[in-house]
Design a protein around this ligand. Structure first.
Ligand SMILES: [Zn+2]
Length: 207
């Protein structure tokens, strides 16, 4: 069922996104909501079904991966899907003003921000200018993962997604309350470049 027709509950939206990702990986995408009438219909306003916080990596185009179109997802992208006040403000806006029932945090295979952070922690260079913040924001996730005995790049990528979900819940009482009450769900995913699937790292109130 197209995303815009599903019930606006965390579980229904999550199910629709998984189904869309399945279509994408099997090369039978519907490419919905990408035509002129849809564009016209959206002139009066938007009612997306989820807010997605994803890495900016050019290989991770959110709408394509979930086989959705215009007006379907409210997307915030930063390198390494790192959080700051602007990102939190965008998520809270999507939840409170646009009433999205689902928050998706999406990292991915072969993430440059994770790799650069691991290299910096292992004694490599820390990039200059504003890029430094990428390392500073991802480093706590890698250190925490290592503390838990994790060693592989894949484990670091997954743990950074998990830590980002936890950070959203611990730093925004507005979001945490709505997840607690069942109104909003949150899922953490790692997108695999190799086969196009989004593996589930964590779900809260979305299954
Ligand atoms: Zn990345």
């Amino acid at each position: 069922m197209p995303l815009r027709n599903v019930e606006r509950t965390p579980a229904a939206v999550w199910e629709a996104l998984k189904t869309g990702n399945q279509r994408f990986t099997e090369h039978r995408g519907d490419h919905p909501n990408q035509d002129g009438p849809r564009r016209q219909a959206l002139r009066e306003g938007q009612r997306p079904s989820a807010v997605v916080i994803s890495c900016s990596d050019s290989r991770v185009p959110v709408e394509i991966i979930f086989d959705v179109g215009l007006g379907d997802l409210f997307v915030v992208r930063t390198a390494g899907e790192i959080l700051d006040q602007a990102v939190f403000g965008s998520i809270e806006y999507a939840i409170e003003a646009l009433e999205v029932p689902l928050v998706v945090v999406m990292g991915h295979e072969s993430c440059g921000a994770v790799a650069a952070t691991v290299a910096a922690l292992d004694g490599g260079d820390i990039p200059g200018g504003y890029q430094r913040v990428l390392i500073e924001k991802v480093a706590p996730s890698i250190l925490e993962a290592r503390g838990l005995g994790k060693t592989t790049t894949e484990e670091f990528e997954c743990h950074h997604v998990l830590a980002t979900v936890n950070q959203i819940l611990s730093r925004s009482p507005e979001i945490a309350e709505r997840v607690e009450s069942g109104e909003v769900g949150i899922v953490g995913l790692r997108y695999r470049l190799s086969d196009g699937l989004t593996e589930t790292v964590i779900t809260r109130n979305a299954d």
